[in-house]
Ligand binder design. Structure first.
Ligand SMILES: Nc1ncnc2c1ncn2[C@@H]1O[C@H](COP(=O)(O)OP(=O)(O)O)[C@@H](O)[C@H]1O
Ligand SMILES: [Mg+2]
Length: 246
């Protein structure tokens, strides 16, 4: 893992007040076989309403699996997850959604989602496209969009149902730098201005440190919550130890 650029820590020092948890996971065990060894092993997670939490950890550490458990796509082998959010927006990991072979337009993609979530108001499509600056691409074929544009459509889709909680899985993967800046600024605004709770799986540590209020660092089947500053110190200490032993 490499950090390219370190930004400010303004979010670290935000005053914490007692708020209701939006996600609580306790004593969570999960394996795809339903038996040991467990991919998630006695994991606890508490996310307060209004936070912006980045979930970080090595490839294969179970970040996507944890998101699928929170979303209810997978069931815990044991333990429990309690959500207080009724409406959840989800931006899946990009290789979960290949747009290349999609012979449908942006409008059709969003309209089918609108119908799926039972939203009557068709203007929600234009509204959400406007919010991500993609209104002029409404009739474009999904397969013709760049990585950044496709990601913005997935964001537009996720906000259409006016979620209280937004779960994103590696939102900057396959996205050019300019679109990355736009996307993170948009996610941050959803958090600070609209009060959405954000849970974002990140391999982009720079974005995690710059944007999040907390970082959930996953290792060995569980994780711990830390501030971006604490995470950076842990990261630098680990890098130093690895360097000393090299
Ligand atoms: N549907 C599945 N069936 C079996 N194993 C899976 C499945 N999905 C993921 N895995 C395995 O679970 C582990 C964790 O995967 P994942 O949650 O995608 O990790 P991460 O998102 O942290 O990279 C990996 O070893 C992966 O191969
Ligand atoms: Mg993943």
């Amino acid at each position: 893992m490499r950090i390219v650029r370190i930004c400010c820590f303004s979010t670290d020092i935000r005053q914490k007040k007692e708020v209701r948890p939006i996600i609580t996971a306790e004593d969570l065990y999960f394996s795809y076989t339903g038996a040991a060894p467990y991919l998630l092993d006695h994991l606890a997670l508490h996310i307060p309403d209004g936070d912006y939490v980045s979930v970080v950890g090595d490839n294969g550490s179970g970040k996507t699996t944890l998101m699928r458990l929170i979303l209810g796509f997978l069931k815990p082998t044991s333990g429990r997850i309690v959500l207080t959010a009724k409406r959840i927006g989800y931006v899946p990991q990009r290789n979960d959604f290949s747009n290349a072979a999609f012979p449908i337009t942006v409008f059709e993609a969003l309209d089918s989602y609108r119908r799926l979530i039972g939203l009557k108001d068709r203007s929600a499509i234009d509204d959400s496209l406007k919010q991500v600056n993609m209104a002029e691409h409404k009739n474009a074929l999904m397969g013709t969009l760049s990585g950044g544009q496709a990601q913005k459509i997935l964001l537009a889709r996720a906000i259409m149902g006016r979620p209280e909680l937004m779960i994103l899985d590696e939102p900057s993967t396959g996205v050019d730098m300019n679109s990355q800046e736009e996307i993170y600024a948009f996610i941050k605004r959803l958090n600070t201005q609209s009060g959405l709770t954000i849970v974002s799986v990140e391999h982009n540590l720079d974005a995690a440190i710059s944007n999040s209020t907390s970082i959930f660092h996953m290792t060995n089947g569980h994780g711990h919550m830390c501030t971006p500053r604490q995470f950076l110190e842990e990261f630098l200490n680990t890098s130093r130890r690895e360097h000393d032993h090299a």
